[in-house]
Design a protein around this ligand. Structure first.
Ligand SMILES: Cc1cc2nc3c(=O)[nH]c(=O)nc-3n(C[C@H](O)[C@H](O)[C@H](O)COP(=O)(O)OP(=O)(O)OC[C@H]3O[C@@H](n4cnc5c(N)ncnc54)[C@H](O)[C@@H]3O)c2cc1C
Length: 546
């Protein structure tokens, strides 16, 4: 197969940005390979399509997660398996995180990823509905909108937050973060605006960019310690793609460490026991996973019909019609419109809780359905969910076997430290306090989940462990840094080998203060700047490429 300068594995949030930025140079030949199909399924463009896509049999990876002691069951973790990756099926919330998140990356020994640099990347990427200012960008390829119309229940939710001392924010991406308001989302005129829409599609006609779907990469190919290509399956055929430059793995937090391990980079004893030839021993590959564990409280909704009925029967038919005719109505919004950031006090003044609330609820008759949110309830309901933003507990992603088709073993290892357990109780109490605020009183009926029987600290913790579920924000399994816990360096080059990088959420060393799609895209943008600096041999200024 022909030679490329860059082979990018995975057309997800980071991969799409890199495909765009690296193919800006017409002298460089870029190949982007994606395991899944194109993103043309009609559910992808519809914001509420997430309900059908999360656990879609072909468009989501649906990765099984090990059951933990004290939990009712394991979970299936969704990840996008199509062009756009997880940005094609996610909740579209656009949250950059706190300046401190990025400044903290310096603690692992990397330079150039601090807030000053990353904030400039965000501004360059954005086309924000609220216009440009010292933090927001306008005119960039990534649409950010706040499309919700004021309505009594969301206004009551916002008042509840204000009652608890949270400032009302027109933009939840301000530097101080603390506050409540309508969430910014990545949509454009009622359609999902994925990383593929923003970054890949505008570049697709470039003659130096080749995009291949249905290509499952099984292994990176090495000559000695130098990556020279990838070995893949296309349908049932084995295909190799070669590069005269680099392979950049952008397969996401759960699949990138699996691919590195299948390629011989990872914990030596485990790889050797599976008969995988070792290229470079590094116990950090797949370790250090940080994930938010979310806690859900559901009440009966009183006095208002709520949203549940909008997704059934004649109302659903009307909403579909309305969506296609006007790109408007409930299908054009994210699942939760309002929420924000609060603090437990355990981290001083730093906001450490993110929460969401909506007049929407799930069937609570089966604990499993509460966790996987498969069916909206028949009766009107009100849900609030929240999570602690900075967990210390570390999970892992390891190989189950040497067969690339076997899912990796994913262990979240939540609530493993005393601090995390204390934070969990504080989060659960916050959600309860929020739901019992005066502003929400007229609308709130009996608590359905976890239920009035859960009161004491021990009961709260037990219900958190039992029913808490993934917030879908795992990071850290190929963490950047210079120490023994690092997999990649500050230019995201894999330690111990040449011509191989990892770029996606897996390189983020600590849990983010928020959702992870915006950071994933910014990682791609920033890496492209750093790679341009390597080519020029000059230090990269913030957003020097643009
Ligand atoms: C249900 C859900 C809802 C979410 N909601 C939000 C939200 O509202 N806001 C937010 O900010 N974040 C959200 N997130 C998280 C966010 O979307 C992800 O963290 C982010 O998209 C990850 O980007 P990535 O580039 O790391 O990986 P991905 O976007 O997952 O990209 C990885 C790509 O690599 C491909 N791939 C994997 N293995 C191979 C292989 N072997 N060969 C070829 N291709 C391969 C995958 O198919 C995929 O396309 C959500 C996540 C989920 C699962």
């Amino acid at each position: 197969m022909s030679d490329f300068d860059y082979i990018i594995v995975g057309a997800g949030s980071t991969g799409c940005v890199l495909a765009n930025r690296l193919s800006l140079d017409p002298a460089k030949r870029v190949l982007l390979v994606e395991a899944g199909p194109n993103d043309s399924h009609p559910y992808v463009a519809i914001p509420k399509g997430i309900a059908k896509l999360r656990l879609h049999p072909t468009l989501s990876w649906r990765l099984p997660v090990e059951a933990m002691p004290g939990r009712n069951q394991g979970e299936l973790w969704p990840r996008g398996k199509m062009i756009g990756g997880t940005s094609s099926l996610n909740g579209m919330f656009y949250i950059r995180g706190q300046a401190q998140d990025y400044d903290d990356w310096a603690k692992v020994g990397v330079k150039g990823w601090d807030w000053a640099h990353m904030s400039a990347c965000f501004q360059k990427m954005e086309n924000h509905q609220l216009g440009a200012d010292e933090l927001r960008g306008a005119g960039g390829p990534l649409h950010v909108s706040i499309p919700y119309k004021e309505n009594p229940i969301d206004e009551a939710i916002i008042k509840a937050g204000v009652e608890m001392g949270l400032p009302r924010k027109a933009d939840l991406n301000r530097l101080d973060q603390l506050g409540i308001g309508y969430y910014p989302i990545n949509t454009w005129r009622g359609r999902r605006w994925s990383a593929a829409n923003a970054f890949l599609n505008p570049a697709r006609s470039r003659p130096n960019l080749t995009v291949r779907t249905g290509v499952v990469v099984d292994r990176v190919l090495f000559e000695g310690r130098r990556a020279v290509g990838v070995s893949c399956r296309v349908a049932d055929e084995r295909v190799e793609f070669r590069t005269r430059g680099e392979v950049i793995v952008c397969a996401g937090t759960l699949k990138s460490p699996q691919l590195l391990q299948l390629s011989g980079i990872g914990p030596a004893p485990a790889l050797q026991s599976l008969g995988i030839e070792l290229v470079h021993a590094n116990a950090a590959v797949g370790a250090n996973m940080r994930e938010h564990l979310s806690y859900t409280v559901i009440h009966k909704l009183l006095g208002l019909p709520g949203e549940n009925r909008e997704y059934r029967g004649i109302r659903l038919a009307k909403n579909v019609l309305r969506y296609y005719m006007l790109r408007d109505g409930v299908l054009s919004y994210s699942t939760f419109s309002s929420g924000g950031f609060a603090k437990t006090g355990l981290e001083g003044d730093r906001p450490d809780i993110q929460f969401f609330a909506a007049p929407l609820s799930w069937d609570t008759s089966n604990a499993k359905d509460v966790v996987s949110r498969v069916k909206t309830a028949k009766e009107p309901g009100m849900t609030c969910f929240a999570y602690f933003l900075h967990p210390e507990s570390r999970g892992s992603v390891s190989l189950r076997s040497a067969n690339p088709d076997d899912h990796p073993v994913i262990r979240p290892n939540w609530l493993a430290t005393e601090n995390d357990r204390r934070a969990a109780v504080a989060v659960a109490r916050f959600v309860r306090d929020f739901m019992s605020s005066a502003a929400l009183k007229p609308y709130i009926g009996a608590e359905l989940t976890p239920g009035p029987g859960v009161r004491t600290e021990a009961e709260l913790l037990d219900s958190y462990a039992r029913f808490g579920s993934t917030a879908n924000h795992a990071v850290g399994t190929c963490a950047m840094g210079s120490g023994p816990e690092a997999v990649v360096d500050e230019h995201l080059r894999v330690h111990g080998v040449q011509n191989l990088r990892v770029a996606d959420c897996s390189v983020i060393p600590f849990a983010m203060s928020g959702n992870t799609n915006a950071p994933a895209m910014a990682v791609g943008w920033r890496l492209a700047e750093l790679m341009a600096q390597e080519v020029r041999g000059t230090p990269a200024r913030a957003s020097a490429l643009v």
